[in-house]
Design a protein around this ligand. Structure first.
Ligand SMILES: [Zn+2]
Length: 536
């Protein structure tokens, strides 16, 4: 007797081999049999006729490390067929504790709102290190598995007592190393850098290499949000050099499709130098949607002076000409003509769905002043910073060079918003990264088997996540049953931007560690996901 049997599906096993019709039998948390026809019965039987059966996708780049302390359902991942994510990217991580230190770091970097920080300070469990964090997550429960990276930004900021534009002293470097080794020994998977963000961006090549060498001792992965401001190609070269000098495994994070040359560098490093390297990419993005209060916080975070005076300081600055000048100078949202900044929800319906440039025209005003007025008035808005067409995400998808590159996978870069206030901050297209990639690559004639391989076993092998990423007897039963015809996410033209909870469709069932987390389209909460430990 099996716990679960999936019958009659087209099995795409993640290895890249040709798809085949088969049944799959699960006992406990493992796959026990893959056979053309299993004669025994299952306590639960899933009819997968006409559907594909794949190992759950592995997303190497997300920021969902503690959403589970509020709600561990992770529905938006399950509905894409994702069963494992890598957390702790872009330099941001859950160590070193205590919890208050971490929350202050995330808040200071604009990753959580003031309301979230204050609330989580009382609601979250306490932890000091990865062991403590893992126990806290397991106690709360998660529907998906996590691998977790150290964040260089968080550790450097904690040890050096803030974001400082200088190398760490010898003593500080030793403290950084201690924190890294302590947590790597507990099973963290490597480190992430956020080279566009403070304080990670203050690290030069030598500092990056010396940190990467520590990770090399554990054969972990070093991931990086690149130093984009030096040019994407140059930034990719820099990070490959970190891999070359340290010998560490490299994950180039959310590489932009506007620079195919950078993808080529990754391929050449792998094929010509034998480096262990992958790149992940966000298949489509149309920018962030954010509430006014959150936008004020972003404005606060970009200037030292405003940061020191807090949200009330930003509000006061909006009321004086000097304050307005300072905000315009520092906040990136004031670049450009505002035709890509929209009001999508408003207490004044006449403003909804219009660009700030358009509203400015009607008011016979400079668009910057209109933006400042909207921030300064006493109404609530949800803004969309981007719009349906973005030049950095070509509408016709990836070019041939990228499509043919066998070292490229999806990284959705899905970022925790306030899940109790979904309008606070959201980025819709990221919530459909896997179906968007699947459709785009099938259309460009990449075989289904290869698309699945790049997003399952390839990532598992790179990170050395054992017994996952491939449907094989003895492996963990992380399985998605997908109706390929309806597997999709609404296009930027179709989507209603006022609906932050828009999710992918077409995933029928998802099993995580043998338990059904999505059952014929219905969300379940078995919380069978695990905090994965390296070497375990
Ligand atoms: Zn990121």
């Amino acid at each position: 007797m099996y716990d679960v049997i999936i019958r009659n599906g087209l099995v795409v096993d993640g290895s890249g081999r040709e798809a085949f019709k088969s049944d799959i039998g699960v006992i406990g948390e493992k796959i026990c049999k893959i056979e053309a026809e299993i004669n025994e019965k299952g306590l639960t039987e899933i009819d997968a006729k006409g559907k594909i059966v794949i190992p759950g996708f592995i997303d190497p780049h997300v920021h969902e490390e503690w959403v589970c302390f509020i709600d561990g359902s992770y529905e938006l991942f399950l509905r894409q067929g994702v069963t494992t994510v890598v957390n702790g990217n872009c330099g941001h991580s859950i160590v070193p504790g205590p919890r208050e230190n971490i929350l202050n770091y995330y808040w200071g970097n604009g990753l959580i709102s003031t309301k979230q920080r204050n609330d989580y300070l009382t609601r979250f469990p306490e932890w000091q290190d990865f062991d403590g964090y893992a126990k806290a997550v397991e106690e709360k429960g998660t529907n998906i598995n996590f691998a977790t990276l150290l964040g260089h930004g968080t550790i450097r900021w904690s040890v050096m007592n803030g974001a400082h534009d200088r190398p760490p002293t010898e003593e500080e470097a030793a403290m950084i190393e201690n924190i890294m080794r302590h947590n790597l020994e507990q099973g963290m998977w490597g480190i992430s850098f956020g080279l566009d963000y403070v304080p990670s961006r203050y690290a030069d090549l030598d500092e990056l290499v010396s940190v990467a060498k520590i990770v090399r001792d554990y054969d972990g992965v070093a991931a990086a949000h690149l130093r984009h401001y030096i040019g994407i190609k140059e930034a990719t070269e820099e990070f490959i050099e970190v891999g070359r000098r340290s010998g560490v495994k490299i994950q180039v994070s959310h590489l932009k499709p506007t620079c195919p040359e950078a993808f080529e560098l990754v391929r050449k490093a792998a094929e010509e130098e034998g480096m262990r390297i992958l790149a992940d990419t966000i298949p489509r993005s149309t920018g962030h949607c954010t509430s006014k209060s959150r936008l004020l916080q972003f404005v606060m975070a970009v200037s030292d002076e405003l940061f020191a005076s807090g949200i009330e300081g930003v509000k006061a600055a909006l009321k004086t000409p000097e304050g307005r000048e300072m905000i315009k100078k520092d906040a990136y949202i004031f670049a450009g003509d505002k035709s890509d900044k929209f009001v999508i929800l408003s207490e004044d319906p006449s403003l909804e769905g219009r660009s700030v440039a358009d509203i400015a025209k009607e008011r016979n005003q400079d668009p910057d002043e209109t933006m400042l007025d909207l921030l300064a008035d006493d109404k609530n808005y949800v803004f969309w910073l981007g719009g349906p067409s973005r030049t950095d995400f070509p509408a016709d998808g990836h070019c041939e060079t990228i499509v043919k590159n066998p070292y490229v996978c999806v990284g959705t870069d899905e970022i925790m918003g306030d899940i109790e206030d979904p309008y606070d901050w959201y980025e819709l297209q990221r919530r459909g990264g896997f179906p968007i990639f699947m459709k785009m690559y099938l259309k460009k004639n990449v075989p289904l088997e290869e698309i699945v391989r790049r997003n399952t076993s390839m990532v598992a092998k790179h990170f050395d996540i054992k017994k996952r990423g491939e449907l094989k007897e003895g492996n963990f039963a992380d399985i998605a049953v997908i109706d390929l015809d309806s597997y999709s996410y609404p296009s930027p033209e179709e989507i209603d931007y006022r609906k932050p909870l828009t999710m992918a469709s077409g995933v029928d069932s998802v099993i995580v560690n043998g338990k059904l987390a999505l059952d014929k389209g219905e969300l379940k909460r078995p919380f069978a996901g695990k905090v994965l430990r390296r070497n375990n």
